[in-house]
Design a protein around this ligand. Structure first.
Ligand SMILES: C[S@@+](CC[C@H](N)C(=O)[O-])C[C@H]1O[C@@H](n2cnc3c(N)ncnc32)[C@H](O)[C@@H]1O
Length: 238
């Protein structure tokens, strides 16, 4: 269902942007394991469309959803806090960004500064899933698509479906954690089995479908399977 003017109004009032852009350098940090075309194809290009992303980091996916069409709106949930931000930036050689993260509210204000030009269509929700999901549902918000990219466990998929039964469910990390047996897969498969959904995956991206898969989607799954085997073999012979 297209996002209503009322929803835009409510979200802007509940999750306001600062009046002045924070004096933090904008940062680009692409975390992308591939396969997002599966999602772009599902984001309505004509009518307005509301994406809810759980785990936004510095907004590399958020920017990609917003770029699909000027009719796309995004709610980005993330606590944007914790010591790990500074360590993570340092480990990746991003020393000036690490210094910026170390300032008060560094990650949050860096996010806002980086996404400033999208502030009419982006609602930053500072906090955690699932708590923030209940808050959004109580406000009457109905996302068209939910993208899971927070803690790689998928432990909030059921809650999302309960609160937003019509939303397309999709996420990242399908290829993350070979050693741990790809943790996101267990939750996604359990959910699919319980609610009679089908799964399609392409590289890191997965989508839950409430219909039979097309031949092209079955081929995608076979390709994913072949890539899994190649990855496992590489690990054995490394
Ligand atoms: C892998 S990063 C997300 C990458 C991001 N989607 C992108 O495109 O760059 C994971 C993010 O999830 C956030 N996170 C962790 N637990 C969360 C939770 N319970 N709810 C919302 N966000 C969470 C972290 O703060 C972190 O920024």
């Amino acid at each position: 269902m297209p996002i209503t003017e009322n929803e835009v109004h409510t979200l802007s009032a509940e999750y306001p942007w600062p009046v002045v852009r924070p004096t933090f350098s904008p940062a680009d940090w692409m975390l992308d394991g591939g396969g997002k075309e599966l999602i772009f194809a599902r984001i309505g290009k004509g009518e307005s469309f509301l994406v809810l992303e759980i785990g936004a980091f510095l907004g590399s996916s958020v920017k990609q959803w917003l770029a699909v069409s000027p009719n796309v709106y995004v709610i980005a949930i993330d606590p944007w806090e914790g010591d790990w931000w500074v360590d993570y930036a340092r480990k990746n050689g991003r020393n000036s960004l690490a210094e910026q993260f170390a300032r008060e509210d560094g990650p949050y204000l860096t996010f806002l500064s980086s996404l400033w030009k999208f502030k009419e269509r982006l609602f930053p929700v500072r906090g955690k899933s699932p708590e923030k999901l209940y808050e959004l549902a109580n406000l009457g918000v109905k996302p068209d698509l939910v993208y899971f990219d927070s803690n790689k466990t998928g432990d909030d998929i059921d809650v999302v479906h309960q609160l937003f039964p019509d939303a397309i469910l999709t996420g990242d990390d399908w290829t993350w954690g070979l050693e741990q047996g790809y943790p996101i897969r267990a939750s996604v498969r359990k959910f699919a089995h319980k609610h009679n959904f089908k799964i399609v995956s392409d590289r890191a991206t997965w989508v839950l479908m409430q219909r039979s898969l097309k031949i092209s989607e079955r081929v995608m799954n076979l390709t994913s399977f072949a890539r899994d085997q190649a990855r496992a073999l590489r690990k054995v012979f490394r």
